[in-house]
Write a protein that binds this ligand. Structure first.
Ligand code: FES
Length: 175
């Protein structure tokens, strides 16, 4: 009796070990699938967020005369600033700092954008006055129809520097 059980024991152990090995392989596979799923989900674009504000489509900012020369107006919808330059030109500036993406507030007192995160400073044209920002604030396309200033927030225009042709003018005004 005891002899039989001794003979059976290695077989039972072996099949138990084989079962446990298979179980570990299945569990390991499931864990791997879950990790891959999490990694893929992390890198997928967040659709809801872009609907809520990153891109608000075409935003009607208002009539040309509404914006005084040398002024900056913040728009919540579309998350941009509409800057009207001294010569009447319009620029739609992204409010995202080009360093690490913090929201940059406009100070009308100091007439500049000062990033609260690492103190980058931009002028009214979005040009970098003080680093670490590596490049000017991004732009959105501005166009004027029937004297109404409109901003297309669907696309972000990155630039290396301010150039006069980036500003948009109402028909009566010439550069
Ligand atoms: S995020 Fe604006 S200076 Fe760093």
């Amino acid at each position: 009796m005891t002899r039989k059980s001794k003979d059976d024991s290695p077989m039972v152990d072996s099949s138990r070990r084989s079962f446990l090995n298979k179980l570990w392989i299945v569990l390991g596979g499931l864990a791997l699938v879950e990790v891959v799923g999490l990694v893929l989900a992390f890198f997928q674009p967040r659709k809801t967020r872009s609907k809520e504000g990153e891109s608000a489509g075409v935003v009607e900012a208002g009539a040309v005369e509404k914006f005084t020369l040398n002024s900056v107006t913040a728009f919540v919808r579309g998350k941009f600033y509409l800057a009207r330059l001294e010569d009447g030109g319009f620029l739609a500036l992204s409010r995202k700092c080009t360093h690490l993406g913090c929201t940059v507030p406009w100070s009308s007192k100091e007439m500049k954008f000062v990033c609260p995160c690492h103190a980058s400073v931009y002028d009214i044209r979005g040009e970098v006055v003080t680093a670490p920002a590596p490049r000017p604030l991004d732009l959105h396309h501005v166009f004027i129809e029937n004297n109404i200033v409109k901003v297309d927030t669907n696309k972000v225009i990155k630039r290396g520097a301010f150039r006069p042709e980036q500003a948009v003018y109402a028909k009566k005004e010439t550069k």
